[in-house]
Design a protein around this ligand. Sequence first.
Ligand code: NCD
Ligand code: ZN
Ligand code: ZN
Length: 425
Amino acid sequence: MTAYLIKSVSVVGAAPTDLLIRDGVVAEVGAGLTAPDATVIDGAGLVALPGLVDLHTHLREPGREDAETVESGSRAAALGGYTAVCAMANTSPVADTAGVVEQVWRLGREAGLVDVQPIGAVTVGLAGGQLAELGAMADSAARVRIFSDDGHCVADPKLMRRALEYVKAFDGVIAQHAEEPRLTEGAQMHEGEVSTRLGLTGWPAVAEEAIIARDVLLAEHVGSRLHICHVSTAGSVEVLRHAKARGVKVTAEVTPHHLLLTDSKAETYDPVYKVNPPLRTGTDVAALRAALAEGVIDIIATDHAPHAVEDKECEWAYARPGMLGLETALSIALDVLGPQWDLIAERMSRAPARIAGLEGHGVDPAPGVPANLTLVDPAARRTIEPAELASRSRNTPYARMTLPGRIVATFLRGEPTVLDGKAVK
Ligand SMILES: NC(=O)N[C@@H](CC(=O)O)C(=O)O
Ligand SMILES: [Zn+2]
Ligand SMILES: [Zn+2]
């Protein structure tokens, strides 16, 4: 195993120091380190972060390998600075049995680019009718702890209650896609001034807020852990603030795109901007940013949602919702938060690793810790070219935009997955 000596690197924004990586761990940290056998990396101007952890990734395998595979998505993740991703269950077949989650877990190990932690479905086939084999998935080799019907809301309150109660036994968490389905029938975009003008059916903020309000009350009632996927409205932030003040065990994520883009993008009728939940207003974006800084929203999660060309480059009404995210998330975070490295490490690595219970991830580089880390060049700027992305899909909303920051290297347990900004395998 090669040793790596990273010279003069800032660890999470601190004064420059050297990092020696050997045998899968950070062996030494300090100024003036030498190691004759190590490959030297010039870290001047770079920032070392604990490897990023994505709690919400769609890898599309099994079933839609034309849009993404575990391997291509893992490569996109590594290039984005990630060392672990949680793979959503809305595959085909759905990840609702021990067999499917073990398959995804095994494919992740074989790709070896990031740790792929499968998420299990809450209900059989994501159909919302009966609970899936939560216990069998938890006991499987994949050791599932997060369950989600993402793409669909667990709309039945009785099922939601039972799911929350069930996962308590093994400290699991239910990740809810909060969307009251009766309020979003036929919805195409955020319900507001722009949807009225364009004549597109609206997805009202209350469809999200009503489910979050219900579920924080359910979580409080049964004393279980609840996680809210892709929070998108100012009203949701208020409900979460209230719940957290009461001590409810709720955590929440926001996507990079909901921190940056607004519903005015729909005026282009370009389906690349169609996403669930929809892009909201500038007021919502401001509230989400404030909530992220404050901690009412715990983490940034990408909701990386690759879609094949035929599912995206069609009429708005027929296009699938979803956007790529893994290869651009850190740049958007830098753009939105500025160089607040401790905050970025907390929201994109430490907190998501804690919520997911991923050991060895989300830990700052220090002597003896597993060498899961990424090196960022904050001064670099890059223009996003969809064809150059490692994802099998092209549906990035940032095409031809110039964004700050570049991932120079990523290490998974001491082995580089990215060097000089390029995937190693
Ligand atoms: N976010 C999306 O617009 N789409 C996701 C599903 C989801 O996250 O709800 C997908 O699987 O494509
Ligand atoms: Zn969702
Ligand atoms: Zn999703």
